[in-house]
Design a binder for this molecule. Structure first.
Ligand SMILES: C[S@@+](CC[C@H](N)C(=O)[O-])C[C@H]1O[C@@H](n2cnc3c(N)ncnc32)[C@H](O)[C@@H]1O
Length: 302
């Protein structure tokens, strides 16, 4: 009982969105990307009870730490995923009043450039989900990255550069930020407003079932182990399998432009053949690589 009492509120703010479905928003919904341990996030949600705040963070450990801090908060929800790939999949066009990104990793290596908010995929998603007049604010201790964001996003067709301030006055600061400033270093605030309508295509879908018209045996499933495929920016690979003698679960890894997922394909008898679908115990989003993996498994079993 003690475990239940402690665990429920701790994890009450974490949600896992359904594949292919947008998250609900209020008139004043905001998003923080990469909230770290959530020191700012929780204080900001407390100071702004009329705001509904989502936080997206790629590190599961950070999500859990923030969830503990967020005990009892009604206006905050945390999602453990990659904002770069999932932003456009989680929110409809023109749904967010503000997007905040504080001290993002600058991804200084050229090979990591596609992870920066200046990468077209990321900035297009951001521009789509902001409301008209909605604001994107980035705080950084990296001058080069701040100037790059200022220049590149300032030239985005739907965004207007608004403010570049060195050492802005901030209502809420984090431990790392206070230490940085005490050492006499600078921080930079860059902000943009959405000035015109803009949209992007979505890549994640809701459901996919494939029927094959033949019997599937353990040997057929074993033959899939380590089979892999690649198309455009999508990659998939099959791994181990599990079976109760009737239903098979096939471990599958996918990557869509480095958005990685691990899940099971559920393969069960249906009418005269077998049906393949995503196993419901694994929380995968139906991305292009996941669809390709399902089709490829069905093809190899047919
Ligand atoms: C340098 S930390 C800053 C954390 C926090 N904003 C702060 O100011 O203390 C950057 C954070 O962004 C997260 N992050 C990096 N890439 C991300 C992505 N694509 N989607 C979501 N979070 C990401 C990292 O896990 C890390 O927690």
């Amino acid at each position: 009982m003690d475990v239940l009492r402690q665990a429920r509120p701790q994890y009450g703010v974490i949600i896992h969105p359904e594949s292919g479905k947008f998250l609900p928003v209020t008139d004043k919904t905001e998003l923080e990307i990469g909230f770290g341990n959530g020191e700012f996030t929780v204080q900001y949600a407390m100071n702004n009870p009329e705001t509904f705040l989502y936080g997206v963070e790629i590190s599961q450990a950070c999500v859990l730490r923030c969830a503990r801090r967020a005990y009892g908060l009604e206006n905050l929800r945390l999602i453990n995923t990659d904002a770069r790939y999932m932003l456009r999949e989680l929110f409809p066009d023109e749904s967010l009043q503000k997007i905040i990104m504080q001290f993002p990793c600058p991804w200084s290596k050229t090979s990591d450039a596609h992870k920066r908010v200046t990468a077209k995929d990321f900035s297009d998603g951001l521009a789509a989900v902001l409301k008209i007049s909605g604001e994107f604010v980035m705080i950084s201790d990296d001058e080069t990255y701040s100037r790059e964001v200022w220049n590149i996003l300032g030239n985005h067709e739907a965004l207007t550069a608004e403010d570049f301030t060195v050492n802005p006055q901030r209502e809420i600061t984090t431990k790392y930020e206070r230490k940085w400033l005490e050492e006499g270093r600078n921080i930079y605030r860059v902000s943009f407003r959405k000035s015109r309508a803009f949209t992007v295509s979505r890549r994640v879908e809701g459901e996919m079932h494939i029927k094959i018209q033949r019997n599937v045996t353990q040997e057929d499933i074993n033959a899939l182990r380590n089979c892999e495929g690649k198309k455009d920016k999508s990659f998939w690979k099959f791994g181990r399998s599990f079976s109760d003698g009737k239903i098979f679960l096939l471990e599958t890894l996918t990557s869509d432009d480095e958005f990685e997922q691990k899940f099971y394909i559920h393969i069960a008898p249906k009418d005269e053949g077998f049906l393949l679908r995503l196993d419901k115990t694994t929380l995968a989003f139906l991305t292009p690589a996941v669809r390709l993996a399902l089709s490829n498994a069905a093809e190899r079993l047919s």
